[in-house]
Design a protein around this ligand. Structure first.
Ligand code: PEP
Ligand code: MG
Length: 555
């Protein structure tokens, strides 16, 4: 047995034969031609056919993985029509009197090199796209078939790398998993794999020869490992793990696509909490209605220096595009307390949880805040982004935020940079914010209750101190009354209120939250479907009546 470790794109267990995928090698020869105009016409015809193929791939991806993820094939069509790309090919055919295949291959290489040498990571990844479109045109020109050879049995596809077009062409019924030697986690291919929910690994250093091809393999997407020729014990263990996964999936399947509506017609939004765009796959897999809390500080925590506006923009844009029109609530950085970032060079504090954290850093160091806001406003032109501000205690703070936001928008306008109009809401996670939530509600678009901190600050219990666990009572009536009060104030002002703290996933309280009129519960992706089940089985009015009866009997 050989074990190779890669980076996990999508979890799950796959067991089956390994099939090493080799691209249809394009042997492009340089051939002298006589009639340049006829060769250009041949190129134009092939290109038109390639564009048609891409339209077909777009339609297939649209059905299987949604609009945002299908968009790459639209981009490829546009790239094929790019004037610079086309002029270069035609120019080569005319001036060098060479065949179209060779002109396309050379132009593709040249453009790919230009993209690859750019500083911007996003542009770098376009090098693979330009190679992909060039190969497609060459395939049509030369009449060879580059489509992935149909597998005879469902297999684990192992490849050097896979282009987005190759990934979407995979016959899902025949592909158990794919594992690539190269490939980045943020490539479109990885995004597609996540959305297709295929266990997949990238960056896996395994040989693509007879030592793997045709052998039995196990891909464990959770640990990021592929076992080649596994021993009996590993096989048995993995089969048990796979069975558990299947049972879980079956439950998920039955609830997917259902609306979160109670028996008496009350609707609730079930959203997901994430800390990284890598989590988007599970968000989609669990059928979340949106993202209710993207803890953006993890972008800062993963780095040794401040993430740039561009870096942040790409991340937020990716989240917005992947969620394809569903709401993506991104919380501005909540550094401080337990989340320390050395390059912020914060002073040591006696009580960091009561110190300079979250919005307090943003308001005292507006340059950091403005960079993030610029990235968020720009990204909101690509989807339904909402911005959420943490640790608010007063209307004054919200007014100060509004001033900074106005400045950011003014600057973007002056610079002619595109931006959207995101909704803006706040976290209610301090007792002060609860008590003035009637005033705050007039200033913002929504509330999201952070029960983790709200419990810490209300009960005066450090949430990090495990010795105090027995006193940390998130069901304390003070907390429940606060939630009810916040919801009432929100509704009175015509805005919605949700819960994004851990309490939102507490299944013993779901009916209570529904009775309070909580509009949204944002929980870890794996909790969405279990909550949906409760919602579907609840009759809110009956639940309220039952509670009243109990209260009457008790008094
Ligand atoms: C909360 O406080 O409930 C919350 C959701 O924010 P965090 O856990 O990130 O502080
Ligand atoms: Mg909090």
């Amino acid at each position: 047995m050989n074990i190779y470790e890669g980076k996990s794109v999508f979890h799950g267990i796959a067991i089956g034969r390994i099939s090493v995928y080799k691209k249809g090698e394009q042997q492009v020869k340089r051939v002298k031609i006589k009639d340049a105009e006829a060769e250009i016409a041949r190129f134009e015809e092939s290109k038109a056919q390639a564009v048609k193929q891409l339209q077909g791939l777009y339609d297939k991806a649209l059905c299987e993985v949604g609009e945002a993820n299908a968009a790459i094939f639209e981009v490829h069509q546009m790239m094929m029509e790019d004037d610079g790309y086309n002029d270069s090919i035609k120019n080569m055919i005319r001036t060098q009197e060479i065949n179209a295949e060779y002109a396309v291959a050379s132009t593709g290489d040249n453009f790919a090199q230009i993209f690859a040498s750019m500083d911007d990571d996003y542009m770098k990844e376009r090098a693979a796209d330009v190679r992909d479109i060039s190969e497609r045109i060459i395939t049509v020109l030369s009449g060879t078939d580059s489509a992935m050879a149909a597998a005879k049995e469902p297999s684990i596809i192992v490849a050097e790398d896979l282009a987005p077009s190759e990934t979407v062409q995979l016959d899902k019924d025949m592909v158990l998993s794919f594992v690539t030697v190269h490939g980045s986690l943020n490539s479109h291919t990885a995004i597609l794999a996540r959305t297709m929910a295929i266990p997949a690994l990238v960056g896996t250093p395994l040989p693509l020869d007879e030592t793997t091809d045709g052998k039995l393999g196990i891909v464990d997407g959770t640990s990021g490992k592929i076992y080649v020729d596994p021993d009996e014990q590993t096989l048995t263990e993995m089969k048990i793990k796979q069975q558990k996964e299947l049972e879980r999936k079956e439950l998920l399947q039955t609830l997917k696509g259902r609306e979160n509506v109670t028996l008496d017609g009350k609707k609730v939004m079930l959203y997901a909490n994430i800390g990284n765009i890598k989590d988007l796959a599970t968000v989609l897999q669990n059928d979340a209605g949106g993202i209710g809390l993207f803890r953006s500080e993890f972008i800062y925590l993963e780095k040794d220096s401040y993430p740039t506006e561009e870096e942040q923009f790409q991340i937020y844009k990716q989240a917005a595009e992947t969620m394809a029109g569903k709401r993506v609530i991104i919380r501005t950085l909540d550094i401080g307390a337990d989340k320390q970032c050395s390059y912020f060079e914060m002073e040591q504090e006696e009580n960091p949880a009561l110190g300079c954290r979250a919005i307090r850093i943003c308001l005292t160091r507006p340059e950091i805040f403005k960079t993030q806001l610029r990235a968020l406003f720009r990204a909101s032109a690509y989807g339904k982004i909402a911005i959420m501000y943490p640790m608010i205690t007063s209307v004054k703070e919200v007014k100060r935020i509004q001033e900074i936001v106005a400045l950011v928008k003014e600057e973007l306008t002056e610079q002619g940079i595109d931006f959207g109009e995101p909704e803006q809401g706040i976290m209610i996670e301090t007792p002060a914010a609860v008590m003035v939530s009637d005033e705050l509600a007039k200033e913002v678009d929504f509330f999201s209750i952070g029960t983790n901190d709200l419990t810490q600050y209300t009960l005066a219990i450090d949430r990090q101190n495990t010795k105090l666990d027995e006193f940390y009572d998130a069901h304390h009536p003070a907390i429940l009354r606060m939630i009810s009060m916040v919801v009432e104030h929100a509704h009175r002002a015509g805005i919605w209120a949700g819960i994004c703290g851990e309490l939102g996933a507490d299944q013993t309280l779901t009916q209570e939250f529904l009775a309070m009129g909580v509009d949204e519960l944002s929980v870890s992706p794996g909790s969405i479907l279990p909550l949906r089940k409760i919602v579907l089985e609840t009759n809110v009015e009956e639940y309220k009546a039952g509670k009243e009866n109990v209260n009457r009997t008790e008094t």
